[in-house]
Design a protein around this ligand. Structure first.
Ligand SMILES: [Cu+2]
Length: 83
């Protein structure tokens, strides 16, 4: 395989995987919103934390930082005890 083909292939793979993560954020945000709509049994502190991570995740997603967004949203989901 030529060097050019290899790097084009690598670029395609990176694009495909970052795209998969890009779809992950809205899906996670939806899950968090759905869980929050059900009045979860959380302390005021936990509620504030979930809201903070949810907002941070959306900002990161819009900034194109999808992996950071998924990681941040995961923290909110952990507090809500959802996957
Ligand atoms: Cu994203």
């Amino acid at each position: 395989m030529s060097k050019l083909t290899t790097s084009a292939l690598a670029a395609a793979l990176v694009f495909a995987s970052s795209n998969a993560v890009a779809f992950h954020c809205p899906a996670d945000m939806k899950k968090i919103d759905a869980a929050m709509a059900k009045n979860p049994k959380l302390t005021a502190d936990q509620m504030a934390e979930v809201k903070k991570y949810r907002a941070e995740g959306e900002t990161l997603h819009k900034a194109g930082k999808h992996q950071a967004s998924v990681d941040t949203l995961a923290k909110a989901m952990k507090i809500l005890d959802i996957k």
